[in-house]
Each structure stands twice: as structure tokens, then as C-alpha cells.
Design a protein around this ligand. Structure first.
Ligand code: HEM
Length: 484
């Protein structure tokens, strides 16, 4: 007997997979063809909701190896000693497009890394940019509405995009990066990654430092010219996905060196701006890059849905030695991701093979939809108990921190959205500036209201008078007198 028989989902051999059962040669289809019913019904349920942002993505497995001893700053087990290797999985993505959208569009790229450490999974859910468009989570749904399709026309809406940005000048730094050459990476291998937010590292003595992550590509930064990107988007919308898969398949393993910037805790009170504001970078003169290790991608997923679509990353997936900061965006993200995972993949998403820690898991979560592991078997299912169940470990508590002030809805208390965006412009070569201005002029031309264009020109002008003037000229407008 062949051991390769086609079976139903309940394991029984299928007698006919080509012809449904009918009443007579021409009669209607019979409901008793349960194989047909099951086949059609399961097909209807093949999709899970796509991610509300970052829907289009590509993933790969690899490892992280420590190359520099940072154990005096963090007790995190994955950074414990030089030479230590930790398995990891990464998912790259675009932000605004749907699951089938083109890879070579102008958009930030997601850079989400899951480290399977011996003390639980650790996720860095970053982007290929060191800053973000907004600095308070409460603005995120409105911001993303402007990036997605207009509810009436179902088209992208440049008026909404620039209306929101022009009313949210904290976006200027990230908008300038997005509109620069880096807005369209040549491949996923040729871009840097950043944790973007400030996090806290804590050592064995309980001493903390503020840190920011930088993954520097060892392939070098390469970008696509606008025309080439548009052509590729039409000819091969999956260009970046294919490039990553083929590189790994051919043994050309992409790698990144991980660095951190480290800030003493007390500097946060005296630094020239609030270091938790995710629209700003910390000067590398003030806080130089310190090498940590190397990330190498050396294995493609076996199955896209199982490993890439079902992967769930959250900035709150932390391990002892790594804690959050008061960054108002990060704080909101601590809710948003796990909530999205419960909706998109289910309450037991962390038990799926791609998300399951590679260390023992002992908790008192039981039941829930799709509980396909042993559900804890006969082990103790509550705590405290008298039966030797797993117990809490006080040494792994997060460090205490002082809070003060009056509870209120308050903004960051500084409004210089211009210096760092201007510094970026001034760092560019003349050719890069020309392309930046062209990209912005091209993107703003369809904006319907002149008042939106003028408001945004004012922001570019405040970053650098030349920057604003060139964009105004490109749009056939003048810089408003009020901003001069
Ligand atoms: C994905 C919310 C800001 C990077 C997502 C998802 C949500 C979300 C709901 C989909 C998660 C899923 O279905 O698995 C938010 C909110 C933000 C925010 C509320 C602000 C308060 C950011 C920032 C970054 C970022 C600042 C980068 C620094 C990503 C990445 C993904 C993602 C990389 C894709 C993760 C993956 O590959 O599965 N975000 N986001 N997000 N977000 Fe955010």
C-alpha cells in the first residue's frame, strides 16, 4: 500500500479529488461529499487579517554573535559573552501598502528582529530609519489613516498625507529621510536598521543606562533611482522579497553589525533635548557607537505563512536586562502589538513554532482557541500553590524608577523640529539635495490645497532657508513672509 495517499484533514484516504459526487451523471452535487465540503470551507478560511501596517514583508532566519563585551551595561543573557550565538528571525516590511503591494515604493522599511534567547524571546521592532514621524502614540491611527487609502476613493491621498505632516511639524526629520535617496533601498540587504526608541539596559548590579540600537549593513547602503524603482514595481512587485530569498539560497548571507549608543541615566535630565523623543537622533559625538555583535541571515523560511505571516513581534517582548523608556510612542506600542497579535493570529500566538521561545515556558495560561500543544498537561495551573509549581524570581524584576509631576495630557516640552532636519539637508551633496527637492516637489504637486503646501514649505524653510526656497520654487510658489 502506498504511504503517500492523499487524505482528508482527518486522515482518511480520499477516493476522488477531481470529481465531486453528484446525483447521477448530470444531477446536483450531493452534500454527502464531505471531502468537497471540507475542501471548499477550509479554502474560505485560508486568510488571516493582514497586519494593519507593515502588511507586505519578507523574513529570514539567522544568528546573532556577540563580538564585544557589553556585560558591564546589561545582564541580558544574549549579550553575556564574546562569541555567544543566539538564533534569531527577522521580518522586513514596507509600511503603508497591502500584502500584495510593490516592494520598491518610497516608504520606511520595517526591521523586526526576534532573538530566541535562553531567557525568553527578545524582539527589536525597528525601522530602517533612526527616527519616526510622530512622538506620541495617540497620533498614530490618524497618521496611518493618511498613509492608507482614502475611504471614499480607495486611492492614496497626497492631500491627506501632506495635510497631516504640515500640521505635525515633528514629522519633518523623518519626512526628509523618507524623501531622500534612502526612501527606496536597492534591496533589503543594503539598508541599516534601527531600534529608533530609547531603551534601558540594566546590569547585574541593577545599574541602568539608556541605549539606542543601530544595525549597520555590511553590504553597504545602496538605493534605487526613482525611475528604476517605478519600473521594477511594475515588472516585479516582489523584487526585494525575491532578492533576499535568492541571496540566502545562493549562500550569499547578508550581515549587519549591531552597535549601541549609551547614555548615562542622569544625562536624560540635562541633554539638549528630551532623549526619549523618537523624532530626534542622539549626536554620535556625544554618544559614540559601541559595537555589540553581528547578525547573519543564513536560512530561508520553509513556509511563508507559517513563519513570516504568523510571526508576531512586539516592543514589549523583553528579557531581563532590557527595559523600556518613557518614550510616549514606545509606551503606546507596548499595548498595540500584542493586541494586534491576539486579533490577527490568536491568543495562543506565542505557542506557534515561529514565536515559541527556544527555552522552557512555564506559565499558568491554559486553554484558548487553537491550543495545539499539551496545554500544560497535568501540571500545576495556578500560583501560589503547594505543589512545587513554577515561582516568580524577584532578581528578574524590572528596576524601580522614580516618577513625579501632575497627571495630565502633556506634550514634550520642546518644539525644535527644525535643527536636525536642517542638519540632514546640509549634510547632503548637491546632487542628493537636488534629488530630495525633486522627490518632495513631485510628491507635493498633487496636493489640492495651496494652504497645505505653503504651511509645509514654511517647515522646510525653517529647517534650512535654501531647502524651503527650492521646494517653493519647484512648486511655483513663494515662501510665506510669515516664516522668513
Ligand atoms: C507593525 C502599531 C510605531 C515598526 C505594527 C502593527 C501595529 C503597529 C498594530 C501590526 C502588528 C501585527 O499585526 O503583528 C504601531 C503603533 C505605533 C507604531 C500604535 C506608534 C505608537 C512604530 C515605530 C516603529 C514601528 C516607531 C519603528 C521604529 C513596526 C514594524 C512592524 C510594525 C517593523 C512590523 C512587524 C512585523 O514584521 O511583524 N505596528 N506602530 N512601528 N511596526 Fe508599528
Amino acid at each position: 500500500m502506498s504511504n503517500n495517499k492523499l487524505t482528508t484533514s482527518w486522515g482518511a484516504p480520499v477516493g476522488d479529488n477531481q470529481n465531486s459526487m453528484t446525483a447521477g451523471h448530470r444531477g446536483p452535487t450531493l452534500i454527502q461529499d464531505v471531502h468537497l465540503l471540507e475542501k471548499l470551507a477550509h479554502f474560505n478560511r485560508e486568510r488571516v487579517p493582514e497586519r494593519v501596517v507593515h502588511a507586505k514583508g519578507a523574513g529570514a532566519h539567522g544568528y546573532f554573535e556577540v563580538t564585544n563585551d557589553v556585560s558591564k551595561y546589561t545582564k541580558a543573557n544574549l549579550f553575556s559573552e564574546v562569541g555567544k550565538r543566539t538564533p534569531m528571525f527577522i521580518r522586513f516590511s514596507t509600511v503603508a501598502g497591502e500584502l500584495g503591494s510593490a516592494d520598491t515604493v518610497r516608504d520606511p522599511r520595517g526591521f523586526a528582529v526576534k532573538f530566541y534567547t535562553e531567557e525568553g524571546n527578545y524582539d527589536i521592532v525597528g525601522n530602517n530609519t533612526p527616527v519616526f514621524f510622530i512622538r506620541d502614540a495617540i497620533k498614530f491611527p490618524d497618521f496611518i489613516h493618511t498613509q492608507k487609502r482614502d475611504p471614499k476613493t480607495h486611492l492614496k491621498n497626497p492631500t491627506a498625507v501632506w495635510d497631516f505632516w504640515s500640521h505635525s511639524p515633528e514629522s519633518l526629520h523623518q519626512v526628509s529621510i523618507l524623501m531622500s535617496d534612502r526612501g527606496i533601498p536597492a534591496t533589503l540587504r543594503h539598508m541599516h536598521g534601527f531600534g529608533s526608541h530609547t531603551f534601558k539596559w540594566v546590569n547585574k548590579e541593577g545599574e541602568g543606562v539608556w541605549i539606542k540600537y543601530h544595525f549597520k549593513t555590511e553590504q553597504g547602503v545602496k538605493n534605487l533611482a526613482v525611475d528604476a524603482a517605478a519600473q521594477i514595481a511594475g515588472e516585479n512587485p516582489d523584487y526585494h522579497t525575491e532578492d533576499l530569498f535568492n541571496a540566502i539560497q545562493n549562500g550569499d548571507y547578508p550581515a549587519w553589525t549591531l552597535y549601541v549608543q549609551i547614555m548615562p541615566l542622569e544625562d536624560a535630565d540635562t541633554y539638549k533635548f528630551d532623549p526619549f523623543d523618537v523624532t530626534k537622533v542622539w549626536s554620535q559625538k556625544d554618544y559614540p557607537l559601541i559595537e555589540v555583535g553581528r547578525m547573519v541571515l543564513d536560512r530561508n523560511p520553509e513556509n511563508y505563512f507559517a513563519e513570516v505571516e504568523q510571526a508576531t513581534f512586539s516592543p514589549g517582548t523583553l528579557v531581563p536586562g532590557i527595559e523600556v523608556s518613557p518614550d510616549k510612542m514606545l509606551q503606546g506600542r507596548l499595548f498595540a502589538y500584542s493586541d494586534a497579535h491576539r486579533y490577527r493570529v490568536g491568543a495562543n500566538h506565542n505557542a506557534l513554532p515561529i514565536n515559541r521561545p527556544k527555552c522552557p515556558v512555564h506559565n499558568n495560561q491554559r486553554d484558548g482557541q487553537m491550543r495545539f500543544d499539551g496545554n500544560g498537561g497535568g501540571s500545576v495551573y495556578y500560583e501560589p500553590n503547594s505543589f512545587g509549581g513554577p515561582t516568580e524570581s524577584p532578581a528578574d524584576k524590572a528596576t524601580p524608577f522614580a516618577v513625579s509631576g501632575v497627571a495630565d495630557s502633556v506634550a514634550y516640552d520642546h518644539y525644535d523640529h527644525y535643527t536636525q532636519a536642517g542638519d540632514l539637508y546640509r549634510l547632503l551633496s548637491e546632487e542628493e539635495r537636488t534629488r530630495l527637492v525633486e522627490n518632495i516637489v513631485g510628491a507635493m504637486t498633487p496636493v489640492e490645497l495651496e494652504e497645505i503646501k505653503l504651511r509645509q514649505i514654511g517647515h522646510f524653510y525653517k529647517a534650512d532657508p535654501e531647502y524651503g526656497t527650492r521646494i517653493a520654487e519647484g512648486l511655483g510658489l513663494s515662501v510665506p513672509e510669515t516664516v522668513k
